[in-house]
Design a protein around this ligand. Structure first.
Ligand code: ZN
Length: 82
């Protein structure tokens, strides 16, 4: 079985999906959901990738919808707190 390769929405790194945090749009809001039907978007476990994806509107582009982004999502990134 081939391992599915995903692309980080921030830095563009390609890696197996296990390497990434997965997000999806839930009621117009960006949520961290490991699995869900429909479109997902991925970032590395590094907060700069989240910031980059946010700044470049990669979440909106990947999900093909305008999502609200809760700043608390930054807490998911283990490097964010030092
Ligand atoms: Zn990245």
């Amino acid at each position: 079985m081939a391992v599915p390769i995903r692309t980080c929405a921030g830095c563009g790194r390609k890696a197996p999906r296990a390497d990434f945090l997965r997000f999806a749009a839930v009621d117009g809001e960006l949520r961290a959901v490991p699995e869900s039907r429909g479109r997902g978007v991925y970032t590395c476990h590094r907060s700069p990738c989240f910031e980059l994806a946010l700044a470049s509107k990669s979440f909106n582009r990947a999900l093909r919808t305008a999502v609200r982004v809760d700043p608390a999502l930054r807490d998911l990134y283990t490097d964010a707190n030092g």
